[in-house]
Design a protein around this ligand. Structure first.
Ligand SMILES: Nc1ncnc2c1ncn2[C@@H]1O[C@H](COP(=O)(O)OP(=O)(O)OP(=O)(O)O)[C@@H](O)[C@H]1O
Length: 253
């Protein structure tokens, strides 16, 4: 669904942000993009989405891309439904209003992410987690088969992280190709088939998530000791990410 070969980017004549990125995401797969702050995750996914032109290399998009930018506060007073209808822009003639097919597609997208009940609410007044789901619904309303998201779960509480990750996992199960940046290696371990690590501009690694995200690799990437013990979650042994913050005090209670 999405291929990149020899992808490289630099802002103007500045330092390379990354070079030599090769990746391939198939239908039904999730690719997580991880790396410390300012290593180029946003720059990379905007190149993949076609929002930014790479300095070198090729991106092949075999399906319509839905892009979900990092969500910041709402700026304009639109209803949730109208926000999602914006995803229909490419189907609506200039100066025309969205038609019944657009309303149906928007309603289906809201239903797909489980927030139909919010359709008439003011987008500015819904919670951060719900806002993220509105932005995903807006991308789905475009009819995309590849979804690229920039930090969809970074600013959310645990319950809302689970909600957003659950929606992305379900979309992938239905055949969507999903690319998401994250600051949570844990999220990659839960839902990503492959992970891309931006170690530095010239060291970009892509591999199966479980194979790539070892304690040693995460420790060296984030510059603090990290272990990845296996624990039982919901009856399944799963690896979790345990950073050592270096603070030595007994847990209370
Ligand atoms: N428009 C721009 N012009 C010049 N440099 C930029 C521009 N946008 C981003 N950068 C720089 O490019 C580098 C990569 O930024 P980017 O936002 O892609 O990183 P990131 O990994 O997504 O960061 P974070 O995890 O903090 O969100 C940073 O050093 C940033 O300052």
């Amino acid at each position: 669904m999405l291929d990149a070969t020899g992808l490289g980017f630099r802002y103007g004549r500045g330092e390379w942000i990354f070079r030599g990125v090769d990746l391939q995401v198939e239908a039904g797969e999730v690719l997580a993009v991880l790396g410390p702050n300012a290593r180029g995750k946003t720059t990379l996914v905007t190149c993949l989405a076609g929002v930014r032109k790479p300095t070198e290399g090729e991106v092949t998009r075999r399906a319509v891309i839905g892009f979900v930018p990092q969500s910041h506060g709402a700026t304009a007073a639109f209803s949730v439904l109208n926000m999602v209808l914006m995803g229909r822009a490419r189907f609506v003639r200039a100066y025309a209003s969205p038609g019944p097919a657009d309303r149906e597609a928007a309603a289906a997208a809201l239903d797909r992410v489980g927030i139909s009940h919010l359709r008439d609410r003011d987008y500015q007044t819904v919670s951060g987690g719900e806002r993220q789901l509105v932005l995903i619904a807006r991308a789905l309303a475009t009819g995309c088969r590849t979804l690229i998201l920039d930090e969809p779960a970074s600013a959310l509480d645990l319950r809302n992280q689970a909600r957003v990750l659950g929606v992305l996992h379900a979309l992938a199960e239905d055949g969507m190709a999903v690319v998401m940046t994250s600051h949570h290696p844990e999220h990659a371990l839960r839902i990503a088939d492959q992970t891309l690590l931006i170690v530095n501009a010239a060291d970009i690694r892509v591999d199966g998530t479980a194979k790539l995200l070892t304690g040693a690799t995460l420790s060296s990437l984030y510059g603090l000791p990290v272990t990845t013990p296996e624990v039982n979650i919901g009856g399944l042994p799963q690896r979790v990410v345990v950073p050592d913050y270096g603070i030595r005090r007994p847990s209370a209670g």
